[in-house]
Design a protein around this ligand. Sequence first.
Ligand code: ATP
Length: 273
Amino acid sequence: AKVSMFDSESKIKITFEDVAGLDEAKEEVEEVVDFLRQPNKYTELGGKIPKGVLLVGPPGTGKTLLAKAVAGEAGVPFFSLSGSDFVEMFVGVGAARVRDLFKQAKEKAPCIIFIDEIDAIGRSRGGGKQPGSNDERENTLNSLLVEMDGFSTDAGVIILGATNRPDVLDSALMRPGRFDRQISIDKPDIKGREAIFKVHLEPLKVAAEIDAKRLAAQTPGFAGAEIANVCNEAALIAARENKKEIEMVDFESAIDRVIGGLEKKNKIISPEE
Ligand code: ATP
């Protein structure tokens, strides 16, 4: 999920069809799509449309993809920023950026604001480990809270936040009127992996022997991002050997390579634990 600091994409072409598996999560965000499409249906009965929905789940499981699909299905602009971009920011810049983002979004409503890695800004206040950088992060978080409180529920702006660390989030973020809904996005089971393989095999030229079910069985623990990676690596491996079609051996090499990459990543991460 690489989203640059302040992306605004008006014509999102991603739809629910691009998001494989995640049936429950899709059903839940379907409601958000309807809020954006026909807000009056809800407000006329006096209902308050939620402002913030938190997508919670491990890396690479499709949170960004799902958020984009909500915008795509509703046909609304998608504004995004990533919490990690704020970590090294100069004083005042983070808060100003949040204000700017909300200002733009309100002008383009109905729309989606997506905040990836919201835990990087939304860590519980006071208990921070990094002195210095902490104040600025708090400023950014405070400005996010102020902005969320500052527009009415019928403004047509819905904020989707993504995190894999809901446990560290400041409880103020989860109060009613802020991110008061959570949707969990889990790693796919074998059926989910099969569905994700089908999506990512679709554009590839594969040999007749290639079977999504078998690939799913060979990739336990893989998230969608890793499956997408396997499919692309397999294509590159086959191409390097001047093949006309991607064969099972290419997928097997690609799976090994992706597992190798994951192991390396884990080795770098583990000393901190
Ligand atoms: P992060 O927590 O690292 O930000 P994320 O949960 O936002 O990750 P995405 O960025 O949405 O994950 O996923 C990365 C890529 O993996 C997607 O662009 C897509 O190609 C693929 N992918 C992930 N999940 C799915 C899925 N359920 N169906 C189809 N493709 C998927």
